[in-house]
Design a protein around this ligand. Structure first.
Ligand SMILES: [Mg+2]
Length: 317
């Protein structure tokens, strides 16, 4: 058994190069604040040095750690969560997030403040819930898994960010307009809901889609509310897919409405909930998992209920 987050050690796993290097200063600030609030002896600090390093660090945390804080973007949160998931279920410390990244969707889902001082104050209240974790072909995700148009936009935005050093919603929208007007591709898919929500029947959906998303949390791509009603605590994946035929202007309008979760009424947008699904594509679509690229055409996706204890920023309404 791990100690309670209130009494155990606190491990800070920080990505110093997050947000063009702002991670290092944020990690220093967080470390000093934690020392002053809970004492140096209760704090362990780790800096990541390479991809997947945070997974190793989280997996190897000692039994005295009750809470691990991931300081970085969604990629780092994903890596820390993957490390925790490799530990036995009763040996996973609580996961908290200080958002320092270009994509902070999971932090938003937890209701975290966007700067270090208020985020630490929120974390040290240790308001926790038991959260679900998604798993696709054996790989974990905490917020989002998606295929097609939106993944293409997310991956293209990442490329533009690397090239230009810019960030933010404008960059995403530039990329979105480029994808919508120049590459509005569809993907032939088969979605089999093999393990449906209680009271529903297994079903198969086949056809062409611009995008298919399988969500644990409500957002992707920097706070686009693709599945606005998704809960991290209901033991279910929230699925959304968008079907033809849309002209680019109409697709853009739906995308813009999705920013606020207002795409729900469109006859081209479909939703379902499930514990487990199988998803196949005829050709390989662009695909992202918590903001990172993945590849393939056959995906077995499931929701692992009650997998991690997570620390909320604001209490649930
Ligand atoms: Mg859910």
């Amino acid at each position: 058994m791990v100690p309670a987050p209130e009494t155990g050690k606190i491990a800070l796993i920080a990505n110093p190069v997050a947000k063009s290097g702002r991670g290092a200063a944020a990690a220093d600030e967080a470390t000093r604040l934690l020392w002053s609030r809970v004492g140096e002896e209760r704090v362990e600090v780790f800096y990541t040095a390479r991809p997947r390093h945070a997974t190793e660090l989280a997996k190897q945390l000692g039994p005295e750690v009750g809470c691990v804080i991931a300081l970085g973007g969604d990629g780092l949160v994903n890596e820390v969560a993957c490390g925790l998931m490799e530990r036995p279920a009763d040996e996973r410390p609580a996961l908290a997030v200080i958002p320092v990244g270009s994509g902070n969707d999971y932090a938003a889902t937890l209701g975290m403040a966007y700067s270090v001082v208020p985020a630490i104050s929120q974390i040290l209240h240790f308001r926790t819930v038991r959260a679900d974790v998604g798993c696709v072909n054996g790989r974990y995700f905490v917020e989002t898994l998606s295929f097609g148009l939106d993944a293409a936009i997310a991956l293209d935005t990442m490329e533009r960010r690397k090239r230009s050093g810019r960030a933010g919603t404008m960059l995403y929208l530039e990329s979105a307009v480029d994808q919508l007007f120049n590459h509005l591709d569809t993907y032939r898919f088969s979605l089999r809901i093999t393990d449906p929500a209680v009271g529903e029947e297994p079903q198969t959906v086949e056809g062409e889609a611009y995008l298919v998303a399988s969500q644990i949390g409500p957002t992707y791509g920097g706070h686009f509310r693709i599945t606005p009603e998704a809960s991290i605590e209901d033991g279910l994946l929230d699925l959304c897919w968008a079907t033809p035929k849309l002209i680019p202007m109409r697709a853009l309008a739906i995308l813009l409405r999705a920013r606020a979760g207002k795409h729900v009424g469109s006859s081209h947008v479909h939703f379902a909930r499930a514990k487990k699904v199988e998803l196949d594509f005829e050709k390989e679509p662009p695909a992202q998992i918590d903001g990172e690229k993945i590849t393939g055409t056959h995906f077995v996706i499931e929701c692992i209920p009650d997998a991690l204890t997570v620390v909320l920023g604001e209490p649930r309404r």
